[in-house]
Design a protein around this ligand. Structure first.
Ligand SMILES: *Cc1c(COP(=O)(O)O)cnc(C)c1O
Length: 222
């Protein structure tokens, strides 16, 4: 099947209100253009260099989501292109995004990356760490970011119970933030979780955004 067919097949399986982020990393601009022609507007990229090369040659109304590990020295390059930075994994990075957004006079959507999976090497806040460190004192002074939700990944395993427990842990953190420090922030409503192999499970646990690459574009050539 082609890219357009893959997108419509996936869309047919999405629960109401779930937004599809087409993860286009390692795929050429032509593939993205094909998805765009099929009506797709949200795309995810994981490297600043790659996103900043693609964005200028593709339509302006694409919403670019950054989903990879973001080094502080790349923030300045990323800001002009990006709609949402989903992978904010430290308060330092959060503050830097805000000050850079102030500098260029724009507002950037951000999501906080939460780490619940078993793998040691993944980035993100541990749930307890996030709940204690994201306080009103931290959030209130920042004016050029909108915190729209959290992003996370489940363990990379065939054990569905483990995967569902991870998604449920993400949902709980999200819920606690919604009722806590984010209670007065109406924009805080996105729970980004689920990839090609596990998005069905993620939706069962309340995902509002799923990030799908392989099932749309095929295998990546690294
Ligand atoms: C690459 C990537 C995805 C998409 O993974 P697929 O298995 O190709 O669907 C989703 N989320 C993040 C954070 C990624 O890096």
């Amino acid at each position: 099947m082609g890219i357009a067919e893959n997108i419509s097949a996936i869309k047919a399986t999405l629960l109401d209100g779930v937004r599809l982020i087409a993860v286009s990393k390692f795929h050429p601009a032509e593939a993205i253009a094909e998805a765009y022609e099929a009506g797709q507007r949200d795309f995810g990229e994981s490297r600043v260099q790659e996103l900043s090369a693609k964005a200028p040659v593709l339509p302006d109304d694409i919403h670019w989501h950054f989903i990879g590990h973001l080094q502080t020295n790349k923030v300045r390059q990323l800001i002009p292109h990006v709609d949402t930075i989903q992978s904010v994994d430290s308060l330092r990075l959060l503050r830097l995004i805000d000050s850079e957004a102030v500098r260029v006079g724009r507002t950037v959507n951000v999501m906080i990356q939460v780490h619940v999976a078993q793998e040691e090497t993944k980035f993100g806040f541990a749930p307890d760490e996030l709940l204690t460190s994201l306080t009103p004192e931290v959030v209130e002074p920042m004016h050029n970011i909108i915190i729209t939700g959290i992003m996370g990944m489940a363990s990379n395993t065939d054990d569905d119970e483990r995967v569902e427990a991870d998604f449920e842990a993400l949902r709980r953190v999200w819920q606690q933030l919604k009722e806590g420090v984010m209670a007065s922030n109406e924009a805080f409503r996105e729970l980004s979780m689920g990839m090609s192999h596990d998005y069905h499970l993620a939706m069962r646990h309340g995902a509002t955004m799923v990030r799908i690459g392989t099932d749309i574009f095929g295998e990546r050539q690294y």
